[in-house]
Design a protein around this ligand. Structure first.
Ligand code: FAD
Ligand code: SF4
Length: 510
């Protein structure tokens, strides 16, 4: 045997760099479901089902194309429970010349794989992941010498590089780079929210559901009503479904939240992009075609493409540029534990309950729920970045370290000093009221600030500003907030801080 090619659970693409120049007659592919990867976080049961099932489908597809695949299905009694052990086992038996793999999406595993040549006594070739538009090296080059790294400027580079939504004379279609100002409408039930794309589980998925229920009973979430795509074909159908039914409303209602709808106009494509079932460029080109053919408006298509070639690539670049120190950043010195209701959803705060309940059922919540509800609360409450990062890594189907960490530690917690936003996304209950209908069904009163039933976000917001005055008062984008705080009477300030302190001391009772 010439090469042992290791394919990881988020590398399910036939165009994977590890497969370049490979020879099905000589090379051997190894894929493995191992305890070390499945249980280092409290992964949502649906996330385990999705990854194991998508891996099994991909392995079967490779075999049908003539590849020799050694596949280890999960079992607690397997002798090899880490990827290294599996590779060592197979290498001992098949004596390959070298191990080939594509760089993985997590610093922890990357560090381990970088040492395998020593522990295995074999050359280990780690190839660049070509499924991203911007390599780690290209991002580092772009970042070099810049005082500030701003997503918007990176995004424009990516637009130029890909030609997406660019005119022939290299200008942005419609004249502007960014139409975000049009994308902040509240959703009042019209147009009706499109139905989600559903896939009936097949035998492979049903077997994996049984396996996860048997061996991971204590993990977060449920396997019930599993309906995600688990093959590239199904993921492409999910993309076509999104373009047809949801993309036209994506822009207008991108920031909206609803008490009754879990998905609104979002694509729910991140799990497929992050595991390789969909290619980011293919997804963006499909969206761009929808604008050129008049099927979707520019604010929707530009906004959607920006999330993928802008934010998605940008956060990956930040991750690899700043790890491993990045994971330990805590510039606001937060020390509080994660309130228990993040795991149970049992809180009278309606917006939090709805976001956590959807997360528990679907392993999904859309961006504004993650950022402005569960994220915003953790920021205002001063939760330890590590604790909230562990939660986000565990509970979402699309959560992989390279994308979860910068979004949580950077965008939400502002623990990195501001790579993902020039000011923290802190907001009071007013923001949630403006963008959703949660408040009308809530135990708390969004208009009130200091009473027993006052919305917790309100006083916590002022407490956050007050306690971090040194960090933010000089930030020009926050001057107005501090002016509003300073304008309040001392007794009102005192009452707000006292209410917030009570809340902080009693988080688990909310
Ligand atoms: P849509 O709203 O339809 O957006 C389209 C696509 O854009 C997404 O599929 C995704 O690939 C990309 N995208 C949008 N925003 C971002 C972003 N900020 N960073 C990276 N890609 C983005 N995304 C993940 O893929 N994995 C995570 O673990 C993850 N953790 C997050 C944690 C927090 C605290 C926050 C605030 C955001 C997180 N995101 C994460 C980003 C974003 O919330 C999800 O990508 C999005 O909600 C996925 O749903 P969707 O496919 O319906 O997205
Ligand atoms: Fe959330 Fe406050 Fe509105 Fe209740 S009142 S739903 S806690 S923002």
């Amino acid at each position: 045997m010439a090469n042992l090619i290791l394919i990881l659970g988020d590398q399910l693409s036939p165009n994977l760099s590890a497969l370049n120049d490979a020879d099905p007659d000589k090379d051997l592919i190894v894929m493995a479901e191992v305890r070390d990867e499945a249980s280092y976080a409290n992964h949502h049961k649906k996330k385990l089902v999705f990854i194991f099932s998508a891996m099994r489908h991909f392995a079967r597809e490779l075999e049908s194309q003539g590849w020799h695949v050694i596949y280890q299905a999960y079992h607690p009694g397997n002798a090899a429970q880490s990827l290294e052990q599996v590779v060592r086992h197979v290498a001992r038996e098949h004596q390959p010349e070298r191990v080939i793999t594509t760089e993985c999406g997590e610093w922890r595993l990357h560090q381990q794989i970088c040492q395998w040549h020593k522990s295995l006594g074999l050359p280990v070739e780690i190839r660049t992941d070509t499924r991203f538009l911007c390599t780690k090296a290209a991002f580092a080059h772009w970042a070099e010498g810049k005082k500030q790294l701003r997503m918007e400027f990176f995004y424009r580079e990516m637009r130029r590089k890909t030609g997406l939504l660019m005119t022939e004379d290299a200008r942005p279609e419609g004249g502007d780079w960014n139409y975000d100002a049009n994308n902040r409408k509240k959703w009042n039930g019209q147009p009706s929210a499109p139905p989600p794309f559903l896939v009936e589980p097949d035998d492979i998925t049903r077997n994996v559901i049984d396996l996860v229920n048997e061996h991971f009973p204590d993990h977060f979430g449920t396997t019930g009503d599993f309906c995600y795509a688990v093959t590239a074909d199904q993921a492409r159908q999910a993309l076509a479904h999104f373009i047809d039914v949801a993309l036209p409303g994506f822009g207008d209602y991108q920031d909206a939240m609803s008490d009754n709808e879990d998905w609104l106009f979002h694509s729910v494509l991140s799990p497929y992009l992050n595991t390789g079932l969909l290619d980011p460029l293919e997804v963006c080109e499909a969206a761009a075609r929808a604008w050129y053919s008049g099927q979707a408006p520019l604010n929707a298509v530009e906004g959607f493409i920006r999330q993928i070639i802008g934010w998605r690539e940008f956060v990956r670049g930040i991750y690899w540029l700043l790890m491993p120190d990045y994971a330990h950043e805590n510039r606001l010195n937060n020390t509080r534990d994660l309130p228990w209701f993040y795991w149970t959803g049992e809180t009278r705060m309606r917006c939090m309950h709805r976001a956590i309940d959807a997360t528990h059922r679907n392993a999904y919540a859309h961006h504004i729920q993650r950022l402005m509800v569960t994220g915003n609360f953790a920021l205002l409450a001063g939760v330890r970045p590590e604790a909230i990062c562990d939660w986000y890594l565990a509970v979402y189907l699309d959560a992989f370290d390279w994308v979860e960490l910068p979004n949580t530690l950077g965008m939400v917690m502002h623990a990195d000093g501001g790579y993902l936003g020039s000011k923290p996304y802190a907001a009071s209950g007013k923001y949630i009221q403006r963008m959703s209908d949660h408040c009308q069904n809530c135990h708390y009163r969004v208009q009130e600030t200091t009473s027993e039933r006052a919305c917790p976000f309100n006083s916590l917001y002022w407490h956050f500003l007050d306690r971090h005055r040194d960090a933010f008062a000089a930030n020009p984008r926050m001057t107005m907030m501090y002016r509003n705080w300073d304008r309040q009477k001392p007794e009102k300030q005192e009452a707000l801080l006292a209410r917030a302190q009570w809340l902080l001391d009693n988080l688990d009772q909310l």
